[in-house]
Design a protein around this ligand. Sequence first.
Ligand SMILES: Nc1ncnc2c1ncn2[C@@H]1O[C@H](COP(=O)(O)OP(=O)(O)OP(=O)(O)O)[C@@H](O)[C@H]1O
Ligand SMILES: [Mg+2]
Length: 255
Amino acid sequence: MAAVASQMTPPARTQLVHAPDSPMVELFRTCSRIAASEATVLITGETGTGKEVVARLIHARSPRAGKPLIPVNCGAIPETLLESELFGYVKGAFTGAVGNRRGRVAAADGGTLFLDEIGELPLSLQVKLLRVLQERSYEPVGSAESVPANFRLVAATNRDLAAEVEAGRFRRDLYYRLLVCPVEVPGSSRTSWSGSPSARRGPRSGWPTSRTTCAPPAACRQRPPGATRHRWKRLEPARRSGASSAPATKFRSRP
Ligand SMILES: Nc1ncnc2c1ncn2[C@@H]1O[C@H](COP(=O)(O)OP(=O)(O)OP(=O)(O)O)[C@@H](O)[C@H]1O
Ligand SMILES: [Mg+2]
């Protein structure tokens, strides 16, 4: 098993980001390549497979690494709060808005905005996010004044966004905006990957490097959700002691 050591700050500690087989090694190499670009990244994969690990790796290897990575779990923040959480608000925007407050988009200035569980983003905010991506500016809640936005978007979901689009729960135009650079994190059952339809599909247009997907065919995805997470947990003692029989390459996966 190959392993890459990653400096995690804060807190100051070292995490080993494991690449247990060649598709994962290739995935991490791909992450390093796409990190250099400004392209929007959509990370998909089953729960617990390492989507956030991949997002942090992309940020850490990007020219924006010196700036913050701001994660927002779109599924964890109530719909009514999410807009002001993302875009901030001005004094008097609503009852209780006693002063101006910056949102997470502003906090990500110069860095990376990581929209986790983007499939949970309400339709009203999908429109607003699309506008921000197109115009690179936004209005805080209660304000008519545009504020410049300077972030790279990395989004993740364990949902089938194409199906969400078909079901009318996710905007098609936003979906295609996100698909600039798709990265599919493989599950733990990994046979016959190289011949899988998604591996053959390769990168989307506009992305010049080698393939960004290495997913197993649907037939190989028969494992309980979170099985990968459990596998990483079993590796914890070795990770803590820093022990690894495999050669390690240094990766910073946390900003
Ligand atoms: N390649 C890896 N090397 C080491 N640890 C990993 C790796 N991939 C995932 N993990 C660990 O597995 C756990 C789950 O990873 P992560 O949170 O990135 O998954 P996820 O796909 O975002 O899950 P969810 O869909 O539940 O949000 C974390 O504790 C993470 O540190
Ligand atoms: Mg996650």
